[in-house]
Design a protein around this ligand. Structure first.
Ligand SMILES: *Cc1c(COP(=O)(O)O)cnc(C)c1O
Length: 497
């Protein structure tokens, strides 16, 4: 029997996995969730010896039940291939007493590749299965990493177009270069004069705009989302937590059934939610530690039960976590509310209207698997420096946020369980901040000049993805105001001169 998906805001919604992937967002503005979280049907003992691709199949088939074995395996093999610079796909590296799950070995050297290298294939397969004739237009807001990873994933994939919006001054130079040099006849990228939340709100508004949908349909287009709210991104992210646990078993770092903790540098709450889903599937994970930077809206939420986005937005040296509305949290709220769509909708409407909501004490109790911590710019840099001095391991700023929070958590809680940190980006992606942490550099130093210096310090060869952008041509120049995103999309698609 097929596993169906419903909306976090309306329990009448019932779609298949492939339909949920195609739609991205439910028609009521809610997020698609499986009506029941599936369990693993393969033992961890068996998973121990599986390659990444086999693990991916074992996990994903439990969620995407309307895909045939052949379809799903084809998507997996097209995604997790030599685009990754290691056969392990997501290696687990032990540094001191901490395990770093390196999720940055794909085409754009950040963890978004884990999901965005498979999403285009899940999407085009879903379109085929549902006899969709329209061309699919992917609309994405990015705080840096999603954009390039989505563009790379969708470039020249037949039957798709992709338009990416990013905050002009909210991404690193390397990130911006990666995006504006992306090739592909179906790819567009636009810098907006505003922050990530404005970009995300603009995209959300277009998805909810039924008049715009009609205009698109007239031209043979329909929108879909590559943002982390799409279950086609969430499900592939569960895989590496299962894989990491199985590898800990294989290397005899843990005993059978031993619980571990997972620490995740968090922005939109997709990555950590995937870890929570892995736990629900039967992986012995105890605590999920949510690590934030100075935009600590999630830390405050887990401490107080109140989510409040009414605060100053801070630009930090971990920009992919500079977010005040963590969209995927809605799926956790839905579970905490006892899968009550009515209650979830109420809270999300409060968030939209007033910028805040408070969960009930009953709901708060159900969030007890989560711990939270945060750090500031200086402590992030200090973590990078300290771990490097002690071990020679160089990590990026996002991973360093998690590293700091992990150490604080272990100290404060006296919880001695083994910790896996989701390592979400290569230090090469945020070379300016990383080299500042290691050697202290002047603000105006060109990022690109720092790349060879990082190579020297880390002893890790510059990834091909970085070498590629050094001499690539800039192909995209479009900019717009935050309130002109819709007009820009219409121009790109030829709906308006
Ligand atoms: C996207 C991103 C994050 C945040 O992940 P979420 O799933 O949005 O919580 C953390 N680090 C890096 C490098 C990222 O690109």
């Amino acid at each position: 029997m097929d596993l169906h998906y419903t909306s976090t805001r309306n329990s009448d919604v019932k779609v298949t996995a492939s339909q949920a992937i195609l739609k991205g967002l439910a028609p009521d503005g809610g997020l698609f969730v499986p009506v029941k979280l599936p369990s693993l049907d393969v033992s961890l003992d068996k998973l121990k010896d599986m390659a990444y691709q086999e693990t991916a199949y074992a996990v994903m088939k439990q969620f995407l039940t309307d895909f045939t074995e052949e379809e799903l395996k084809e998507c997996i093999s097209k995604a997790y291939d030599s685009k990754f610079d290691t056969e392990e796909i997501a290696p687990l590296v032990k540094v001191g007493n901490i395990y770093y799950l390196e999720l940055f070995h794909g085409a754009t050297i950040a963890f978004k590749d884990m999901a965005l290298s498979i999403l285009p294939h899940l999407l085009t397969t879903s379109a085929r299965k549902n006899k969709v004739e329209n061309e699919i237009v992917i609309l994405t807001a990015t705080s840096g990493d999603t954009g390039k990873a989505a563009m790379a994933g969708f470039a020249d994939v037949e039957g798709t177009k992709i338009i990416v919006f990013y905050p002009k001054n909210g991404v690193s130079r390397v990130q911006e270069l990666q995006m504006v040099t992306q090739k592909g006849s179906n790819v567009d990228v636009v810098a907006i004069h505003g922050n990530f939340d404005e970009a995300q709100n603009g995209v959300k508004a277009m998805f909810e705009d039924s008049k715009l949908a009609e205009e698109l349909a007239d031209k043979g287009y329909q929108f879909s989302s590559a943002n982390s709210i799409n279950i086609g991104r969430l499900v592939p992210q569960i895989v590496y937590y299962v894989y990491a646990y199985a590898k800990l078993l294989k290397y005899e770092e843990i005993k059978e059934g031993e619980q571990i903790n997972v620490v995740v540098p968090t922005g939109n709450f997709g990555n950590i939610l995937a870890a929570y889903y892995a736990k629900q599937m039967g992986v012995p994970i105890d605590m999920l530690v949510c690590a934030s930077n100075e935009n600590k809206v999630l830390f405050d939420f887990f401490k107080s039960g109140t989510y409040d986005r009414n605060r100053e937005f801070v630009l930090t040296n971990s920009p992919s976590m500079d977010i005040l509305i963590s969209s995927n949290l809605e799926r956790l709220i839905y579970l905490a509310a006892g899968e009550d769509a009515e209650k979830t909708r109420e809270l999300m409407e409060e968030l939209k209207k007033d910028g805040h909501y408070t969960v009930t004490s009953g709901m708060e109790e159900k969030l007890s698997d989560f711990a939270a911590g945060y750090t500031d710019e200086d402590k992030t840099k200090e973590s990078i420096r300290r771990v490097y001095k002690r071990t020679g391991y160089v990590m990026d700023t996002h991973t360093a946020v998690a590293c700091h929070v992990c150490e604080e958590y272990m100290k404060e809680s006296n919880d001695a369980k083994k910790c896996v940190i989701a390592s979400t980006a290569s230090p090469y992606k945020f070379v300016h901040s990383v080299m500042d942490a290691l050697e202290g550099i002047k603000e105006e130093t060109d990022e690109l000049e720092l790349l060879p210096r990082l190579e020297e310090a880390s002893g890790i060869e510059m990834p091909q993805a970085v070498k590629d952008i050094l001499d690539a041509e800039i192909l995209h120049h479009t900019e717009c105001d935050a309130d002109k995103m819709k007009e820009t999309v219409k121009q790109i698609l030829g709906l308006q001169a």
